[in-house]
Structure formats: structure tokens, C-alpha cells
Design a protein around this ligand. Structure first.
Ligand code: ADP
Ligand code: MG
Length: 693
């Protein structure tokens, strides 16, 4: 049964009545190839043309359906060559209205005097002078309403493909399917979440009989989409970790003693998250945990505590970070914290000499090195650990699922922590990282002064320059970030290089200007960063390489050129580089964007320092498509669910998926058979990125 229907659904759209080669090409442009694509090509919006009004009830400015008798001949008014207007008078018992169209010469043949039609269009004027321009019209035949007297779907389209064509193609495809789609959601889920049956929903999402039918249909389809996504993610997660016992870090250690040596007290949020990690580590399951915390919330120390625990239990730990700068910085802080405990920490980056590298490789293999910190170099083939027990990736959004799993494979089912500051609303994180448990550090260390943010334009450059001078004379340091001009790293670097040159020769001739960008050799980068850390550079011009993780508390001003070119979340990350010490810090956004949206975005940055609010707004202003950028998270495009608006449904879908997998992990029960088939299909077709990444 399932196979038969599936075969039909897979057929090319040219099998649909009225779709030939040319039309198929247009549909292809919209990503529609098969019959299944057609029936899941959901409307963008709807026009409610279901309520008929009397002509006397029509209101200026409203889009509305009305009926009437053609009360005049269609008259033609020629304006200039090629432009004609056609007019006709329509009457019902309550009044009259004039309808006009442009260039529809065949109208005279269609709208015949005395015949009865239904119209839909935007009303202009009032009383005796009512007008409607280019209304949709349809002859009144009982039960045959297509475009009027119902809620009409409006589809995303492309040139050459009218709404009418799309509607009738979908309608024909639905006829072919003839209500025989196989319900793949199990009965108990349909019941528990009050979901309507699939055939009804697919029909009603396109051609809803009423508002309520539409709501029912949409609810189920959104639920279905998110539920299936969650189910796929869970199955990937289980394939990862089930059947493999993890490590039990059971040896009690006095972590409190270690914590006491820190120069500060842990925040409650840090304690809470570490407790969650400890619990996972002490259990025999493999830990897969995402630690999310705004910039500056103190994620590093939580990672350090977990590493400490692993090492005290006789295992090795690895910390992987996206840039050499960050690796170096983590290495410095981790090794100094661990020194007193006889823990041996090593740094591995791409830029070391062969000799240095070999020594480290030896040490890891023999178990002499306890903690290894580094870049992608950590996942190279030749790296072998003696007994890797804990794997941490920092700034997870810079890595793919594949890199994470490569690092895990260096050990025998090690525990895994991934850390990210990308402030994704929690519910969205559930989708993006559905295969992970989530901990949130939702509190900043006490005493942080919020960074003061100002959006300015070039007219303010003189004043900002004097301000920079003043700050530097007080001993502080300044970051100046230039945007990615194009997707090319060379050009990207050029804008920073040029800018550095320009200010070093002109405005800030007397100050020490440094420069850092991604394409530089790691050694050079490290050298520049080191002199910035040591206070030998006043102004550091850079590309976004300093976006992640860098910690220089003496830097108190962040200037961002062409801030309009950055995403809000990224601006927030950049701003997070300052405000890390005891000095009042500032963020200056040079905004050359003139649009309303760019103004609004700058206002958000000025108003709040809360990464979660910012990412929520970003999502709202740019929409999920852009927010998730180049699909770097491996999330497939959603057809109907809106991650921003449908969060409540997402929660339910997630709950249902978790419960189902708890009860029938491999979906082996008979009642879940169709569901499993469908899931495997989706995994193969759409989630390729997530599983194979
Ligand atoms: P992020 O979460 O952005 O990675 P870091 O771990 O780099 O943040 O911490 C930012 C700064 O806050 C560091 O200088 C760190 O030493 C400091 N810090 C971390 N935890 C605390 C705390 N509980 N109290 C005070 N300062 C802290
Ligand atoms: Mg960090």
C-alpha cells in the first residue's frame, strides 16, 4: 500500500494534467519536481474570499467578494498606444459599482449584459462612486467556486506561473492522489495531540473550507514536520551513543578544593551547569551535552572543572577550539590553573614545528600528557590518545557535527561537551542540537558593567577619534573590526589591511596600530595577539577572527566599521570582546545602512546587552532563513513550520518524539512501522547533512 502511493508521489509533475515541459520547468524553478513536491508546496498566505457582501456594504480600501448582474456593456477607453482600459457597471439590489481592467480585450465576450458573476477585489470610493480595479471574477455555478467564495491560497511564485495555474495544478495533483495518502503518524500520537488525518490536512491546507479547517490542517502539518525532524535527530543521537557504555568517572575528588584556588567565586549558574555535567560524568551513559552561555558568562572555567575531574579519574581530556589564538589563550589559562596539581597540559596547533609536534604526539600516546588543547589539528589521523575520557569543543557553531564525532572517535566512547555562545533561543537550540542535552549558563559574573553601545555614522568620526585618543591615553586598548567585504578571505583581509594602513598614517599616526586577519600565518597571528595582550598595541585592527573567545580585559572599546553588514548575533559576539575587565567599556557601531531595518537593528544593539533577546530580535527581523545563514547548522529547510512562531508546537513535537523513542527506541513495534519507513526516507533524502556531515 505504502509503496504504491509512494510510487505515485515520486512521479514527475509532467504526469499532472496541464503540466507540459515548459510549465514543468517553471515549477522546477520553485523546487517542485514530483507530485509529492506539488502537494507539499504550501501556500504563503490566504485571501478570505468566502464572505459575500452586498454592494451597499462595500467599504473603501477593503478587499472583498461581492456578486451582481452585469448592468452595462463593457466599454473600452484607449489611453495611448498599447494601453486600454475596460469598464463595466455591476448592480445588485442594493447599489452599483464600476469595475475596471487594463488590456483585457476579451472581456466584452465574457462579461455579458445581464449575466450573474461573483467578483473579488479591492474596493475604492464610496456610495454612488464605488470602484473596483482588476477584480477576479467567476461565473456563478453552484458548487463550482474556484477562485472566489472560498478561502483562496496564495503561493510563492515565479515569473510565468500565475496563481491560477499553481492552484489548478495542485488541485489536479490532489485529485490524482485521491485521498489515499497513508497515515504514518501512529494512532496514539494523533489522539493525544489532537491531530487531524493526513489526507484531510493536505487537502485543507491548500483549499480550506473554513478558518477552522485551515487551523486544524496547519497544526498537524507543522507538528508533523517538527516531530519528524526531532525523531530523525534522536535516531542519529541514539545510533551515536546507545549500545556503547560510556565511562563512569566515579572516583570522588575534591573539586571544592580546586574551586577555592580560583580568584573568584563561581556564579550559581556555573555551579548548576557543572553539577549537571558531573552527574553525566558519574553515570555510565555517554554524555552529550551542549553548554550554552552568553559571551563572558564564564564557560571556560566550567570546561576546566570537567577536565580536572576527568584527569583526576585517570583519563585524558581534549579541548578543541576554532582558532589558534583561542587555543593559545585557553592553554595559558588552563595550564596555569592545573599546574599545582601535577596535571600536564599541552598545546597543539597547525603552526608548530615537526619536532614539537612529534613530542606532543608521543606524550599523548604514552599518556604522559593529560590535557590536550588545540585547533582542528586535534582530529588529524596521526593523533592517538592513550585513554581519552572527555572531549570538549568550544565555539561549537564553528565546527560541524562531523568534526565533533571525529574527535570523539579518538577515544572509546568518551563523554562530550560542546560549548557555544551563539545565543540561540533555547527552544531553537532543541532543533539545532536536538541530539544533545542542553545546559545554560544564564547569569553573568557579578560586577560586570554593561557595555555602552552607540550607533553612529561617518559624520561622527572626528569625535569618535578624539574619544579613542582619550581612552588610549588612560592606558586602555581598542579593537577596530572591519567587515567581510566579500566571501573571499583575501578581499576580506584587504579591507582590514587598508584600514590599518590608513589610520596608522593619518588619524592615529602617534599611536601603536596592530593588524590581525585570518589569512595571516598562525605564528604571526600569535605574535600580534601576544603583543596586544601585553599592552604593546593600542589599536588592533582586525577582521572577524577576533569574534570568538578572545579575552583581553584591558581592551575597553570595540569599534565596528560598516556594522550594517554584520548579523546582530555576530555584533553581539564582537561586542563581547570588551567589558571583560573593571573598566567601563564602549562599543561604537559605524552604521552606513540607510534602511529602516538596519536602523532598528542598531537600536536593538544600543538597547540591550542580552544575547538571547538579541538573537530573538534578529530572528524576527531577518526571518529564520537568513538567521540560519548558509545552512551551516545542517538543518534542512522547513516547508511549513516557522521556528519563531511555532515554538509551542515544537515543544509538543519534541515531547512526543522523546516519549515515543523511550517506549520503542528502534521503532520496531508494528504500529510504528509506517512511521519508521517515513523516517528513514527523510533521513536519506533530507537530513543527509546531519547524518553524513
Ligand atoms: P565565555 O563564556 O565567553 O567563554 P570566559 O570563560 O572567557 O567567558 O570568561 C570571561 C571572563 O570572566 C574571564 O576573564 C573569566 O576569568 C571571568 N570569570 C569567569 N567566571 C567568573 C566568575 N564566577 N566571577 C568572576 N569572573 C569570572
Ligand atoms: Mg569562551
Amino acid at each position: 500500500m505504502y509503496a504504491e502511493v509512494k510510487e505515485l508521489l515520486k512521479k514527475d509533475i509532467q504526469k499532472i494534467k496541464g503540466v507540459g515541459q515548459a510549465r514543468a520547468k517553471l515549477f522546477n524553478r520553485l523546487g517542485v519536481y514530483s507530485i509529492e513536491d506539488v502537494i507539499t508546496y504550501y501556500p504563503r498566505e490566504y485571501e478570505d474570499r468566502s464572505r459575500l457582501k452586498k454592494i451597499a456594504e462595500l467599504v473603501d480600501g477593503e478587499s472583498c467578494a461581492f456578486e451582481g448582474i452585469i448592468a452595462s456593456k463593457v466599454t473600452e477607453h484607449k489611453f495611448r498606444k498599447g494601453l486600454s482600459m475596460y469598464k463595466v457597471l455591476i448592480k445588485d439590489g442594493t447599489g452599483s459599482i464600476t469595475a475596471t481592467w487594463f488590456n483585457q480585450h476579451y472581456l466584452a465576450k465574457v462579461l455579458r449584459l445581464g449575466e450573474h458573476f461573483v467578483f473579488y477585489g479591492k474596493i475604492a470610493g464610496r456610495y454612488e462612486r464605488l470602484e473596483v480595479q482588476s477584480p477576479v471574477y467567476e461565473k456563478q455555478e453552484a458548487g463550482k467556486a474556484k477562485n472566489i467564495l472560498r478561502i483562496v491560497p496564495v503561493y510563492p511564485s515565479t515569473a510565468g506561473l500565475s496563481q491560477n495555474i499553481i492552484r489548478s495544478t495542485i488541485s489536479s495533483a490532489l485529485d490524482m492522489v485521491n485521498g489515499e495518502l497513508i497515515e504514518f503518524l501512529p494512532d496514539n500520537i494523533l489522539k493525544e495531540y489532537r491531530l487531524s488525518e493526513i489526507n484531510y490536512c493536505v487537502q485543507q491546507i491548500h483549499f480550506p473550507k473554513s478558518d477552522e479547517d485551515f487551523k486544524n490542517a496547519r497544526y498537524r502539518l507543522v507538528f508533523e514536520e517538527l516531530f519528524m525532524l526531532q525523531l530523525c535527530l534522536l535516531s542519529v543521537k541514539n545510533a551515536f551513543e546507545k549500545d556503547r557504555k560510556g565511562i563512569t568517572f566515579s572516583k570522588p575528588i575534591d573539586i571544592e578544593d580546586f574551586i577555592k584556588t580560583l580568584p573568584y567565586k563561581l556564579t550559581n549558574a556555573q555551579k548548576k551547569v557543572f553539577a549537571e555535567i558531573e552527574k553525566d560524568m558519574e553515570s555510565s551513559n555517554v554524555m552529550n551535552r551542549l553548554v550554552q552561555g552568553d559571551v563572558g558568562s564564564g564557560k571556560t572555567i566550567v570546561a576546566v572543572l570537567a577536565l580536572f575531574k576527568a584527569v583526576q579519574n585517570g583519563y585524558q581530556g581534549a579541548l578543541m577550539v576554532p582558532t589558534a589564538i583561542l587555543a593559545e589563550q585557553h592553554f595559558r589559562s588552563v595550564s596555569s590553573l592545573m599546574e599545582g596539581y601535577g596535571v600536564n597540559t599541552a598545546l597543539l596547533t597547525g603552526s608548530q614545528t615537526k619536532k614539537q609536534k612529534n613530542a606532543i604526539l608521543e606524550g599523548i600516546k604514552s599518556g604522559e600528557i593529560d590535557i590536550l588543547i588545540g585547533t582542528h589539528a586535534l582530529i588529524e589521523d596521526n593523533i592517538e590518545f592513550k585513554h581519552l575520557g572527555l572531549v570538549i569543543t568550544d565555539e561549537q557553531h564553528r565546527f560541524g557535527v562531523r568534526q565533533r564525532s571525529l574527535l570523539s572517535k579518538k577515544g572509546d566512547a568518551p563523554d562530550v561537551i560542546v560549548m557555544t555562545a551563539t545565543p540561540i533561543p533555547r527552544t531553537l537550540a532543541l532543533i539545532l542540537y536536538g541530539d544533545l542535552d542542553i545546559s545554560v549558563i544564564d547569569e553573568l559574573p557579578p560586577g560586570r558593567m554593561p557595555v555602552k553601545t552607540y550607533a553612529v555614522d561617518n559624520n561622527m568620526r572626528g569625535r569618535i577619534n578624539s574619544f579613542v585618543r582619550k581612552v588610549v591615553s588612560e592606558g586602555r586598548q581598542v579593537y577596530i573590526v572591519c567587515p567581510l567585504v566579500e566571501e573571499s578571505q583575501e578581499i576580506d583581509a584587504k579591507s582590514a589591511i587598508e584600514h590599518a594602513k590608513e589610520i596608522a598614517e593619518n588619524d592615529f599616526k602617534d599611536l601603536r596600530v596592530g593588524l590581525i586577519y585570518g589569512k595571516m600565518k598562525s605564528k604571526e597571528k600569535d605574535a600580534v595577539m601576544k603583543s596586544f595582550v601585553e599592552g604593546e598595541i593600542d589599536l588592533l585592527v582586525s577582521t572577524t577572527v577576533i569574534e570568538v573567545g578572545v579575552n583581553v580585559p584591558n581592551a575597553s572599546v570595540m569599534i565596528i566599521e560598516n556594522a550594517e553588514r554584520f548579523g546582530l548575533a555576530q555584533l553581539h559576539q564582537l561586542r563581547g570582546r570588551v567589558g571583560r575587565g573593571e573598566h567601563q567599556s564602549y562599543c561604537i557601531l559605524y552604521n552606513e545602512g540607510k534602511t529602516q531595518v538596519s536602523k532598528e537593528r542598531m537600536q536593538i544593539m544600543q538597547k540591550t546587552n542580552d544575547g538571547f533577546i538579541i538573537s530573538g530580535k534578529d530572528l524576527e527581523l531577518r526571518g529564520p532563513g537568513e538567521f540560519f545563514g548558509t545552512r551551516q547548522h545542517g538543518i534542512p529547510e522547513l516547508k511549513i513550520a516557522n521556528l519563531y512562531e511555532d515554538i509551542e508546537i515544537l515543544k509538543k513535537a519534541q515531547e512526543a518524539a522523546v516519549k515515543l523513542v523511550d517506549e520503542d527506541e528502534k521503532l520496531e513495534k508494528e504500529e510504528n512501522f509506517t512511521l519508521k519507513t517515513k523516517m528513514l526516507e527523510i533521513l536519506n533524502e533530507k537530513l543527509y547533512n546531519i547524518t553524513m556531515n
